[in-house]
Design a protein around this ligand. Structure first.
Ligand code: NOJ
Length: 481
């Protein structure tokens, strides 16, 4: 093991010497108790989709029946195996790689369908035992767990009862959260209630629920807002419960936030579209949580197609009264916004990207991370913030293994520049408490299957072989020097 570690460090130094240009952030500028980590989500990394009495989740169902063919050109890809991280031998090797990387925290999610296979009812003690052991193994390596309770993977049994459209989902989730807090509340110091409310629906539900496809895009989009409202309520109930249980850690919620810029700054229509898009992407979750109301124009646009969307004053009060202890932010890119009559509610952002080398999640603009952090500080009451995801996948060849190495210099440059942007925000007073790269390993990227890679560590999906990339060595160098 020692030889491997030394080789990794030496190799790292070699690669780092050719590292990306640009601002070199200094770890010393961040607080001493800062959480440095990598992130993952259960469905994307665990595999073992039927092990230890696991119930079926909507993603198990989706990938094994409908498939993700639209995006993987005829292949039906599943995460039945993915990068095999439910397996203890495998995850111990992965913990070793995290230890050598020098991070102090691992963000992962626990799947509801393992803990309560039918969503409500019987608790699966084998799964509980598995996560106790994982947490213990992480701690022995000096790595703290940061646990997401829900990362897109609703138990199928609950989807069949209407899923998040059913208001009972708030109680189902509260019950699941209670099981998690009772079992892990003393071992885990950071919980996240939800990862990215609404992205789950826009990306997947349109394809998974064919009966909706007959409705217009506007109506579908507007209806998804009922799901979002229920998730915000469920999150508030879980936060309330966590605080009532007097547990010693912190609980937050993670939003994907994308500063909105006009696609064409010279086009007045695009410029005008920015404000509505910002309400629909960012303020739609930030405003209820931190201000107790939904933003006006987004609300009107949604109610036009979904008149039933009428969050009550009591609901909004519950959300406002139970604010997260920290705001988790997943930041990848700003949204380049177009007025677009073909898109839901007349504005579009997905797929608009003017960069020459395209990144999967949008254009590369590290300064927008800085602007976003300052905006949250100034407009949303200066909350504690953790960057729960930041990372990149580029449409270039850099993720190929060549002579046993993966020279992902575009990703390395991206991470370096975003940490530098975070550093600047810390210097300007943002209460930033952590930073997590998405992801530790290449893994199953939802509707894109295995066709795009985000890892610091390359994974051969056939053999499960891991090869740390240049970005891994850069991060290691940054964390350890
Ligand atoms: C955000 C999601 O939380 C994660 O599951 C996904 O893989 C990354 N973005 C990359 O797109």
């Amino acid at each position: 093991m020692k030889t491997i570690a030394v080789t990794i460090v030496l190799l790292g130094m070699l690669i780092v010497s050719s590292r990306a240009q640009g601002p070199q952030p200094d770890k010393a500028d961040f607080p001493d108790d800062f959480l440095w980590g990598v992130a993952s989500a259960a469905y994307q990394v665990e595999g073992a989709y039927q092990a230890d009495g696991k119930g079926e989740s909507k993603w198990d169902f989706f990938t094994n029946t409908i498939g993700v063919t639209q995006f993987t050109i005829g292949e039906k890809q599943t995460a039945n195996v993915t990068i095999n991280q439910y397996d203890r031998e495998q995850y111990l090797r992965d913990i070793q790689l995290m230890k050598e990387l020098g991070i102090n925290t691992y963000r992962f999610s626990i799947p509801w369908s393992r803990i309560i296979p039918q969503g409500v009812g019987e608790v699966n003690t084998k799964a509980i035992a598995h996560y106790h052991l994982l947490i213990q193994d992480l701690k022995e390596a000096g790595i703290e767990p940061l646990v997401t309770l829900y990362h897109f993977d609703l138990p199928l049994a609950l989807l069949q009862k209407g899923g998040w459209l059913n208001r009972e989902s708030v109680q189902w989730y509260k019950n699941y959260a209670k099981v998690i807090f009772e079992n892990f509340g003393n071992e885990v110091r950071h919980f996240i209630t939800f990862n990215e409310p609404y992205i789950e629906f826009f990306v997947a539900d349109f394809m998974m629920n064919p009966s909706q496809s007959k409705e217009s895009g506007n109506v579908r989009y507007a209806k998804e807002m009922d799901n979002v409202n229920h998730q915000l309520l469920a999150s508030a109930e879980a936060i309330k419960l966590y605080h009532e249980m007097n547990l010693k850690g912190k609980i937050g919620i993670t939003f994907n936030l994308s500063p909105c810029l006009p696609f064409d700054a010279g086009n007045p229509e695009d410029v005008e579209a920015v404000s509505l898009q910002d309400e629909l992407l960012n303020r739609i979750v930030l405003d209820p949580v931190f201000k107790g109301k939904y933003p006006k124009n987004a609300l009107a646009a949604i109610q036009k197609y979904n008149p039933g969307f009428q969050p009550s004053a009591e609901d909004l009060q519950l959300i406002l009264n139970n604010q997260p202890d920290f705001l988790g932010i997943n930041f990848y890119a700003p949204a380049q916004v177009k007025k677009d009559d073909g898109a839901p509610l007349g504005v579009s952002w997905m797929g608009n990207n003017t960069d020459a080398v395209k990144m999967a999640n949008g254009p590369v603009r590290p300064e927008e991370l800085y602007n976003l952090l300052m905006r949250i500080k100034n407009e949303y009451g200066d909350p504690e913030i953790i960057i729960t995801e930041n990372g990149a996948s580029f449409e270039n060849d850099e993720d190929k293994v060549v002579d046993g190495k993966v020279n992902d210099m575009t990703r390395t440059d991206y991470i370096q520049r975003h940490i530098a942007a975070a550093e600047k925000a810390v210097k300007d007073g943002v209460k930033l408490k952590g930073y997590f790269v998405w992801s530790g390993w290449d893994n199953f990227e939802w509707i894109f299957g295995y066709t795009i890679r985000f890892g610091l560590i390359h994974v051969n999906f056939e053999t499960q072989e891991r090869v740390p990339k240049s970005s891994y060595y850069w991060y290691q160098h940054f964390l350890n020097d």
